[in-house]
Design a protein around this ligand. Structure first.
Ligand code: NAG
Length: 237
């Protein structure tokens, strides 16, 4: 058992050393990148972008942080936790971020892969009534995906599709609202419709029924009256 735990521990440290953590953000927000591993004794600590550009250097001896130009004014550094905060994200900030503690040896103490994504576009929810069957079909359309669902009087079929890259489109019903939700890993937007509005369509069917029924009824009565009157007039002659 102890062996097993030890093995798991060794494996997990191996994995945590070699695998970078995915972080997703969208244009304009901030992300915080924390140190992931114990920091050994060091002289300088660097946060490095794409293995080539220094974001900042912290000198322990002088308790001094040096910020490099690319991120001018968009970087904060916590000298106690060594956390890096990137503010006002730009698409070009996507890439690999590593923290390296440099002393006797160089140790990677954090590794993140940042993806800056665009927020999703607002979806559009529309409905269509089939005048023959009185079935209502909903269409929930996101950027280049769409889903269809049909509704009964009480509720609508719920559906969801997810495309690679974590873009999802879902159609759901909560209390009396139909929600079309377009989302990706960093944002979501919805378009909604009240079930009431759909029930209104079905009520139209009822009203039309009454009108048609009423008109037919009146015509039948008129015909009967006409026939009776004709018979009467025939009889008296
Ligand atoms: C929309 O979808 C996202 C992602 O699945 C979820 O976090 C969010 O709560 C949903 N919004 C609504 C209003 O259902």
């Amino acid at each position: 058992m102890a062996m097993m735990l030890q093995l798991i521990f060794v494996l997990s440290t191996l994995i945590s050393v070699t695998v970078s953590i995915d972080v997703f953000g969208h244009f304009g927000i901030s992300v915080e990148l924390d140190i992931q591993h114990p920091v050994p004794e060091f002289h300088d600590l660097f946060w490095v972008f794409n293995r080539a550009y220094n974001v900042l250097k912290y000198s322990k001896k002088h308790k001094e942080s040096t910020f490099y130009s690319h991120y001018k004014g968009r970087v904060e550094f916590n000298v106690e936790t060594y956390r890096l905060t990137l503010k006002n994200l730009q698409k070009t900030d996507s890439g690999l971020y590593e923290a390296k503690a440099s002393g006797n040896k160089v140790r990677v103490v954090a590794e993140y892969r940042l993806s800056v994504l665009d927020p999703v576009e607002a979806p559009v929810l529309t409905y269509q009534l089939n005048r023959d069957t009185y079935i209502i079909t909903l269409t929930c359309r996101g950027h280049d995906i769409s889903i269809h669902s049909s509704c009964s009087i009480e509720t609508c079929e719920e559906k969801e599709v997810t495309s690679p890259g974590g873009i999802a489109l879902s159609l759901s019903v909560k209390s009396s609202t139909v929600i079309c939700n377009h989302s990706n890993l960093v944002s979501w937007k919805t378009d909604i419709l009240e079930l009431k509005e759909l029930k209104g369509l079905c009520a139209d069917k009822g009203v039309t029924g009454y009108i048609v029924g009423g008109v037919v009824g009146v015509i039948v009565i008129i015909l009967i009256v006409v026939v009776i009157t004709m018979r009467k007039s025939c009889g008296t002659n």
